[in-house]
Design a protein around this ligand. Sequence first.
Ligand code: NAG
Ligand code: NAG
Ligand code: NAG
Ligand code: NAG
Length: 407
Amino acid sequence: MVRYSHLLLILGIHFIFISSQVCKDSLVPVILVPGLGGSQLEAQLNKPTVKHSFCTQVTYGYFTLWLDIKQLLPVIIECWLDNMRLNYDDFSNHTYNQPGVKTRVPGFGNPKVVEYVDSKSSFSVGGYMNTLCGAIVDLGYTRTTNLYAAPYDFRKGPSELGNWFEDIEELIKNAYNNNNNSSVILIGHSMGGLLVHQFLINKPQEWKDKYIKAFISLSTPFGGTLKALKVFASGDDLGVFLLRPEILKEVLSTMPSMAYLLPVKKLWGDEILVTTNEKNYTLDDLEQFFIDIGNPTGWKMYLNEREYSTELGPPGVEIRCFYGEGSATIKRLIYGSNGFRGSPLLEFADGDGTANLRSLEYCKKWITQQKERVETKGFNEIDHMGIIRDDSAIDYIVRTVRELSNC
Ligand SMILES: *[C@@H]1O[C@H](CO)[C@@H](O)[C@H](O)[C@H]1NC(C)=O
Ligand SMILES: *[C@@H]1O[C@H](CO)[C@@H](O)[C@H](O)[C@H]1NC(C)=O
Ligand SMILES: *[C@@H]1O[C@H](CO)[C@@H](O)[C@H](O)[C@H]1NC(C)=O
Ligand SMILES: *[C@@H]1O[C@H](CO)[C@@H](O)[C@H](O)[C@H]1NC(C)=O
């Protein structure tokens, strides 16, 4: 067995060697767009008050806010939660950091910042797109020459990511200009896929024909996911994080991105999504739901992001839509006599463990709605993160990149 896998390893290396030789002149530039939690965030503090005496009040430079495991230890985490959370402003309909907290997203353009989200790249827990990126580099790609990334402040929704939409357009043009006028492959994972879709439907067709080779969508919940409702009501780790759901709720429920990920009417109609002893909630009862869970701001955030999540038209570029299926995924929350204070019973349906199948496979609709090619593929029992980690999925993605590069 050992000898056999050794042989495979040698063959694998040989294969990669050949392919990089063949591809090098024709590689189509690739831009990675990460999902929620897949970008680094840095903060600088000059806070009027701190939550506890042991919390840092002033820093002279920027430090890593997401992700630094040391800040997430018990007790200390109280400081982190206070630095990370957002406040909603009713006049501008925008969210802001806590007073005295400045944040920025480092490394726009550089794939390193989405390979590991902890800046020291030392913890395996901080590994995000590292395996996928490594496989793409093995094809002959070079970071920041023809392999890029477009990170963003994943706490925000599209209504506040206007600069990011401008920045990625600039990045696409630069990638094109620096690579023999070759159109670009956009690879979006999860919420990253939603932003890519949103970007594309707002671009003129001639622009897309010129600059975009294809969109590789990985586990994109095109019609939102039930899990986002659970985040607001009871918290969740989203299959991405390493923290306890109840703790994360404190931060996640202040994030417009969570409202952006709520299920959309077009896919869920008037299905009952949440049940308590007093009431059944469908999407028509969403405003009441937010009042009843004690987060009326959630409803306002939803109103701001809604126009960006409900437009589900075809992207107008070649799309390869890959997702996991066959994992139990929340379809309904049932609260008992303690109401929203208690833990819900969960009803499950098919999906990738984080996103519901109907949302992941929505891209199938586009087969008849656009002239550009639409390939859809479900990977059995590969979960939401597995699509960028599992060998068989990565293999398929890399083969797709090769095929799009004609090599
Ligand atoms: C904020 O949102 C509310 C409700 O959607 C809307 O009526 C108001 O015009 C918005 N204000 C701004 C400044 O966009
Ligand atoms: C650009 O195209 C020319 C001709 O096809 C090729 O020789 C050259 O290597 C290409 N350069 C890059 C950076 O891809
Ligand atoms: C790229 O396109 C521009 C504008 O059409 C043209 O001037 C330039 O020569 C092209 N560059 C390459 C390497 O093909
Ligand atoms: C919720 O809906 C179920 C099934 O439609 C029904 O049996 C139940 O009585 C409803 N509960 C409430 C509180 O309206």
